[in-house]
Design a protein around this ligand. Structure first.
Ligand code: URA
Length: 262
């Protein structure tokens, strides 16, 4: 018969599981801010240099090459799944999580990283935060006009934030998704997404609600980008929903504004 202590422990574990925590602390600390260990990138037909001068740069080149070969979103999803250059792939993720939504969407939402439910189901934003995001998009009339992805495609262990190095390794795929979907604007959910995609250092509370610009790596494409609060933050701080709703209305207003023709 379970004691009151068992029930307390069970309820505490359920609370943490619900919050996405499913890993215990490691014995030794891990510095996730330094450059990743040599990437286990494998290119068919080429021998791997055992001492690459810059493994991060090598991984980025590989990601760019892999992303460039994709001429459809399906091919891009397959290229991501086959890509070995992001260390997150080897840190316990079950599968790659790429995207969901309209393939010709006017709006692309870029979140931070898949969580536990996303890892299980293979789609972004399908957990509690995703359900809140969907309700907000539906209320703003945007549900069928949106394509949703993340800055990285594998779940970070314990739901930690993705590191800048992990985001950099995945960035060519995010850029290729933008090229293929051709959205008119971007919405960046959360500080980790806004900083990585816009290459900014400010915190999300200073970035949110401001129109900024995203530029492709060759500078040929420039899109308006609006950072906003992450829906997971809104679940923890419901009072902040007002700010996120105001950001969404700012976005809808611009999306529905008639485009000026010159
Ligand atoms: N949070 C994100 O940033 N992305 C997801 O896909 C799920 C939760």
């Amino acid at each position: 018969m379970p004691t009151v202590h068992d029930r307390t422990a069970e309820s505490l574990l359920a609370f943490w599981a619900d919050a996405g925590v499913d890993a215990m602390l490691l014995d030794a600390p891990v510095d996730r801010l330094t450059a990743p260990a040599p990437l286990p990138f494998r290119q068919p037909g080429k021998t791997t240099d055992p001492t690459p001068a810059s493994p991060g740069a090598q991984g980025l080149v590989a990601a760019r090459e892999a992303a460039a070969t994709a001429s459809t979103l399906e091919e891009l999803a397959a290229a991501i799944a086959a890509f070995d250059g992001c260390p997150l792939k080897f840190e316990g993720a079950r599968q790659a999580v790429f995207a969901r939504g309209a393939p010709d969407a006017e709006l692309m939402i870029i979140g931070e990283a898949p969580g536990a439910e996303e890892d299980q189901r293979g789609e972004p934003f399908v957990g509690r935060a995703g359900r809140l995001l969907d309700r907000m998009l539906a209320a703003a009339g945007l549900e069928s006009r949106t394509f949703i992805t993340n800055t990285v495609f594998w779940r970070p262990p314990g739901n930690r934030n993705p590191t800048p190095a992990e985001q950099l390794a995945c960035s060519p795929f995010v850029e290729r998704a933008i090229e293929l979907v051709k959205p008119r604007m971007l919405m960046l959910a959360g500080g980790a997404a806004a900083k990585a995609v816009l290459k900014r250092n400010e915190g999300i509370l200073s970035l949110r609600g401001r129109w900024l610009e995203w530029a492709s790596s060759d500078g040929a494409t420039v899109l308006p980008a609006l950072p906003t609060l992450h829906p997971a933050f809104l679940l923890r701080q419901p009072a902040a929903k007002k700010k996120a709703w105001s950001d969404l209305l700012t976005l809808v207003e611009r999306l529905d504004r008639p485009e000026r023709r010159s």
